[in-house]
Design a protein around this ligand. Sequence first.
Ligand code: ATP
Ligand code: MG
Length: 298
Amino acid sequence: MQTQRLRIAIQKKGRLSKESQALLKKCGVKFNIMGERLVVHSLNMPIDLLLVRDDDIPGLIMDGVVDLGFIGENELEEVRLDRKALGEPCEFVTLRRLDFGGCRLSVAIDKDEQYTGPQDLAGKRIATTYPQLLKAYMDKQGVPYSACMLTGSVEVAPRAGLADAIADLVSTGATLEANGLKEAEVIFESKATLIQRMGEFDEDKKALIEKLLTRMQGVIQAKESKYIMLHAPVDKLEQIKSLLPGAEDPTVLPLSAEKQKVAVHLVSSENLFWETMEQLKELGASSILVLPIEKMME
Ligand code: ATP
Ligand code: MG
C-alpha cells in the first residue's frame, strides 16, 4: 500500500525522539507535533511522520508499512533476529548510521562477584529485554544460561531475586552502580540509525529520500567541522598551516593594515584544541577564532 507522501516512523517519546525530530528539522522538514496524534503532516514537504513506540518501528519497516524509520540498532537487531526465527519478513536497508542514541547492551553482575570471562555466566539466570541479542551472544560463546524476560526495571531483577545477572542497555553505567551491579561483558554496541523498507519507490519518493540524505550528510558533517580564522605572520605561514587539522587548502588573504601578516581561513574536519591554539600563538598567530558551522554542501 504505497502512499504519495513519504512515511517516516520516529519514536513518539523517549531517548531517540528529540534528536530524530531535530535532525529532520535541520534538514528543512517543517512540522508541529501537538498532542497525542499518531500521524503528523509536514507543512512544507510531502512527508508524514508516524509517532510510535520504538519497539514498533523495525516491524513497520520490515512489513513495508512505512518508508523510513529512525531506530536504535539494538532494537532493530532484536526484532530482526526474532522475526528471522519466526520466519517472518525481516529485511530492510540501512541508509545511514547516526551520531546519537549511543549505548551498549551489557551483561552486568553483582559488583562483589568475581568475573574472569563469559564462562563465569554458565548456568546463570539472566534478566533482559533483549532475549535474542543475549541468546546470539551466549550461543556464540557456547555458554548455557537461562533467560528471564522483563520489559522494564531489569536492573532491579538481581536484588529482587528474579535473576543472577542482567543484560541491559548502558550508557554511563550510573544505573548499574546505583543498583549494586558492575558491567561484566559488552555484548552489542548501538547507535541510532536511519532505515528504509525494501521494495520499489516511485521517482518522486526516490528523489525526496536522496535530498534528505544529502541534507543529513551536510548537517552531520557541519556538526563535526569548524571554521577557523586567524592572522599569521607571513614568514611562519607554513609552520602554522602544519599545525592546523585539515589545512591542505586554506584561503590566505592580505590584511589592509599589516603587511607582515595575512588572514588564514579554513574549514577543519576537527575541533581545534587549546594546546594547538597556544602553539599557534607562540608562532605569532593572533585573532584566532574557532566557529561552529551550521550547514555544509560540497
Ligand atoms: P518506547 O516507549 O518508545 O518503547 P523505550 O523505553 O523502549 O521507549 P528508550 O528508553 O526511550 O526506549 O530508549 C530508546 C533507545 O535509545 C534504546 O533502544 C537505545 O537504542 C537508545 N539509548 C541510548 N542510550 C540509552 C540508555 N542509556 N539506556 C537505554 N537506551 C538508550
Ligand atoms: Mg521500546
